[in-house]
Design a protein around this ligand. Structure first.
Ligand code: FAD
Ligand code: FES
Length: 263
């Protein structure tokens, strides 16, 4: 983990209020592992406002260009600041942070990746790694109003089959990403599920899969201050042998056995 600066190569719209930013950084490209994130400074050098860095997942790394990318949704002041950065500006970030998401490379395993909205961001690196190892997978994305414009192309480039669920776009599967699990529950033997998205979506996945003997990894998102396990601001409640305990999303996650998480 290092405090770094990288030159922004591009920062372009990827969907409504969603941007993809590409940054030159040989260090991140060499060291980033699936599931990891960066704490990104979201203010200019002379103004420390907002003071706290914002956690953003590493969306992709491109070995040949030494470029990594972030996919982010403009939510508040920090991400608004990021959306205003231009090609040639410097991005200031700390990382890579968090634990590697451990993947199951069995070629007979049916990998199902489920992302809700911007929850697709940390799943891309996971899907890419699985595809690289010759594994089978399906990427399911759920979007409320309309799909992110860049998503279909990224999936085609990855060579992974994908399906989009949308609540309003009639050209897609109408409904929620979790409907996929409901409809395919009988085929879920020997599956591994990786998911990221809003808490109600993760709680629903936990409920649908509670009786299935399959691995379900949830990538959790909590508001973070330090990003390195010091402030305890990102703690989540998890089942333990006797009762429950707390784990830091930043230093012990963000990937957790979803069946152990207490929402
Ligand atoms: C490990 C991790 C990885 C993440 N990866 C991505 C990513 O790849 N792309 C992306 O767009 N976002 C990601 N997020 C969420 C992102 O960090 C927040 O959206 C961001 O911090 C909001 O900052 P802001 O200053 O724009 O908004 P703020 O002004 O800080 O907040 C605006 C609104 O967003 C809510 N919010 C703040 N932080 C979070 C959070 N961590 N999760 C959910 N809601 C939040 C606030 O409660 C408030 O309602 C990730 C979060 C974590 C913990
Ligand atoms: S953000 Fe400080 S302990 Fe996780």
């Amino acid at each position: 983990m290092k405090i770094l600066k990288g030159e922004i190569i591009s920062n372009e719209k990827y969907g409504p209020d969603v941007y993809k930013m590409e940054v030159f950084s040989p260090y991140i490209v060499k060291n980033a592992l699936p599931g990891q994130f960066l704490m990104v400074r979201c203010s200019s050098e002379d103004i420390l406002d907002p003071l706290l860095r914002r956690p953003i997942s590493i969306f992709n790394t491109e070995e040949s260009f030494k470029v990594f990318s972030l996919l982010y949704l403009v939510k508040g002041r920090g991400t608004e600041f990021l959306s205003g950065l231009k090609k040639g500006d410097a991005l200031d970030f700390v990382g890579p942070l968090g634990k590697e998401c451990k993947l199951d490379y069995g070629t007979d395993v049916n990998n199902v990746l489920i992302g809700g909205g911007i929850g697709i961001a940390p799943l891309y690196m996971i899907a890419k790694q699985l595809m690289k190892k010759g594994c089978r997978g399906t990427f399911i994305a759920g979007f409320r109003d309309s799909p992110y414009y860049g998503f279909d192309k990224d999936m085609i480039d990855l060579g992974i089959s994908h399906q989009i669920y949308c609540e309003k776009d009639l050209s897609r599967n109408i409904g929620l990403a979790t409907d996929y699990l409901r409809d395919h529950i009988a085929e879920m033997d020997n599956s591994s599920v990786y998911c990221c998205g809003p808490k109600p979506m993760l709680a629903k996945i936990q409920d649908i899969l509670k009786d299935q003997d399959i691995k379900v990894i949830g990538l959790l998102e909590e508001v973070m201050a330090c990003g390195i396990g010091v402030c305890k601001g990102c703690a989540v409640k998890v089942k333990e042998k006797e009762g429950f305990g707390y784990k830091n999303v930043c230093s012990e996650g963000p990937s957790f056995d979803l069946k152990e998480v207490l929402f």
